[in-house]
Design a protein around this ligand. Structure first.
Ligand SMILES: [Zn+2]
Length: 238
């Protein structure tokens, strides 16, 4: 199965938290999207093992995307050769044009390693000659694949970004993002969860900066290029 986009995250709920509104918009446009959670997200504060995985599937259904988990141990995620190769394999298997992953500066060690894992994996996925690399046998059986773009949504455990490459106006689908996050009752409280309140405040803050209700922001691994600079939406301060 090929997907237009892969969202590669440390934990079930990261993709929703960081870019749930964008995912709803893209899936509504017909983009097939796969979320890959590298860890199992266990243990959780409020539920027995296994519940979070079911909630993650429900959140993906609400957003209109698919999801799989590599099942690595939460809290122990590391930028190892094995993880890089496993992610590169997934990229070759699903041949996405766009890859999204968590940016590098983050207090959670699982989030902090995502950027280097995914930057390396997207690069390794496009290289050939793996049959000549001891340990590279798995990639030798797949065709090389070069993605078009690597984007990093803002991790909400980081301080706010003063500059970013672009923002997506997610105002029209924000209720879907709320619903997708609300199913994670293994990690969030059913009423007035403090983290969810802060997440929403961030999306409102960036929306306010740009003159809309809610926005999700992104950095890009490389400069953006357009044929037509009129594609950009107007913002409040021009
Ligand atoms: Zn996380």
């Amino acid at each position: 199965m090929s997907y237009d986009a892969l969202v590669i995250s440390a934990h079930p709920d990261d993709a929703e938290t960081q870019m749930g509104g964008t995912l709803a918009l893209l899936s509504d446009k017909g983009q097939p999207i796969l979320i890959v959670d590298l860890t199992n997200g266990e243990p959780t504060e409020f539920a027995e093992p296994g519940i979070r995985a079911r909630q993650a599937d429900e959140a993906a259904r609400i957003l209109g995307v698919e999801r799989l988990s590599l099942g690595l141990q939460d809290r122990f995620l590391a930028d190892t050769l094995e993880t890089r190769l496993r992610v590169a394999q997934l990229i070759r298997e699903h041949r996405p044009r766009w890859v999204y992953s968590t940016g590098e500066a983050c207090v959670h060690p699982d989030h902090a390693v995502m950027g280097s894992i995914v930057r390396a994996a997207t690069f390794l996925a496009r290289l050939g000659q793996w049959e000549r690399v001891p340990g590279g046998e798995l990639l030798a059986q797949q065709e090389a694949w070069a993605i078009e773009r690597l984007f990093f949504p803002h991790c909400k455990m980081e301080p706010a970004w003063g500059d970013f490459a672009f923002a997506v106006d997610v105002s029209t689908v924000y209720e879907r993002k709320r619903q997708a996050l609300a199913v994670y009752q293994s990690i969030f409280r059913p009423q007035n969860d403090r983290l969810l309140t802060l997440y929403e405040a961030e999306d409102q803050y960036y929306g306010r900066m740009l003159g809309t209700a809610y926005a999700e922001i992104y950095r890009s691994a490389s400069p953006l290029l357009v044929e037509d600079p009129t594609v950009f939406l107007p913002t409040i301060h021009g």
